[in-house]
Unconditional design. Structure first.
Ligand code: PHE
Length: 345
């Protein structure tokens, strides 16, 4: 009889080791069969009374081993299912779930305004010309009728490159005028957007870097009336078809005569009073007829050709359009600031 007890126990151990557990249901059957309160091991303990006294201890230890083995295997298999079932759940595709939001970028406000300006002038047949930001003295100043010692150089505080009197960061996009005029022959009709630099104290109203758009038109018989009509068209496209403009006499070394253009902004609220200094008029750009000296400097015959030029700052127009009160916001790249800009033109 004693053999029967050991025999049964050995068989049970084999069964426990070879039991196929390939799903959670099989695991549960295994648990009921070998681990639970009514497991077959428990019933084997009842066999002890049939074991000879000298083998009782051995038999008891053997049953304990089997019990431990059953528990060990159960825990092992259980942990496998636990990790694989959570994995399979997260891998599952739930087609009813709302889609993740796609984060859309917004254009930088400077790009929006500058693209709009380009678009308007493109319709008039102007081509985009871009050039370098590190310029030489000649293209930025001398060719533009601003030789050394000319007092007008003080109008624009310049960043010179280290150890150089000739290399500088362009102070205006007017440098593109001489770049273009020395490389192509008239008729010339270009618009030149770009970044410019001036050695100015940074504050909410001025920055050491900003953007301009330059315009240049050179052909036979170009007159001041052409300039005025072109600028009126621009202002009405940009600020609305009833927009009024006015030209005030001004001075630039590279244009003669020179003017500044204002648009009528109105005096609807307190802010309008502040930004127009109570006049309702806003200064938008500088312009004029290209000085014959500039044409000569660039090997264009002033007897045959004439032209006009204008230059405007982008930040200022952007600040007006979007009511931004600190110019530094344009260069901080704060996502919360940039996200707000959807085209409004
Ligand atoms: N370059 C001038 C400025 O930066 C603007 C300008 C351009 C004026 C072309 C006249 C003609 O202030």
């Amino acid at each position: 009889m004693s053999d029967t007890g050991f025999e049964k126990a050995r068989k049970l151990l084999e069964e426990i080791k070879s039991y196929v557990i390939d799903n959670e249901q099989a695991l549960e059957s295994f648990r009921i069969e070998f681990v639970g309160a009514k497991s077959s091991i428990k019933s084997l303990f009842g066999e002890i009374k049939n074991i000879p006294d000298d083998k009782k201890k051995e038999f008891g230890q053997f049953l304990n081993e089997i019990k431990n083995e059953a528990e060990r295997r159960f825990e092992e298999e259980k942990s496998k299912f636990a990790s694989s079932s959570s994995k399979s759940k997260s891998d599952e595709i739930d087609l009813s779930r709302p889609a993740d939001k796609v984060k859309l970028g917004a254009r930088h406000p400077i790009s929006i305004v500058s693209n709009r300006i380009i678009e308007i002038f493109t319709k008039l047949g102007f081509a985009v010309a871009e050039d370098r930001e590190i310029e030489d003295d000649w293209h930025n100043f001398t060719s533009m009728n601003t030789p050394e010692d000319h007092p007008a150089r003080d109008m624009q505080d310049t960043f010179y490159l280290k150890d150089s009197v000739d290399r500088l960061l362009r102070t205006h996009t007017s440098s593109v005028q001489s770049r273009v005029m020395t490389s192509v022959k008239p008729p010339i009709r270009i618009i030149a957007p770009g970044r410019v630099y001036r050695n100015e104290t940074i504050s909410s109203r001025s920055h050491a870097q900003f953007h301009q758009v330059e315009g240049l038109y050179i052909d036979e018989g170009v007159s001041f009336a052409d300039l005025k009509q072109t600028l009126l068209y621009f202002a009405q496209e940009m600020y609305g078809k009833d927009t009024k403009i006015r030209l005030r006499p001004s001075y630039f070394p590279f244009t003669e005569p020179s003017a500044e253009m204002d648009v009528y902004w109105g005096l609807k609220d307190e802010i309008d009073y502040r930004i127009t200094k109570g006049t309702g008029w806003l200064e938008i750009l500088g312009c004029g007829m290209v000085d014959p000296n500039v044409l000569k400097n660039c090997d264009i015959d002033p007897e045959k050709y004439s032209g006009f030029a204008f230059g405007m700052g982008i930040e200022r127009q952007c600040m007006l359009k979007y009511r931004i009160d600190d110019i530094r916001s344009f260069f901080e790249n704060d996502i919360r600031f940039l996200e707000q800009f959807k085209p409004v033109f």
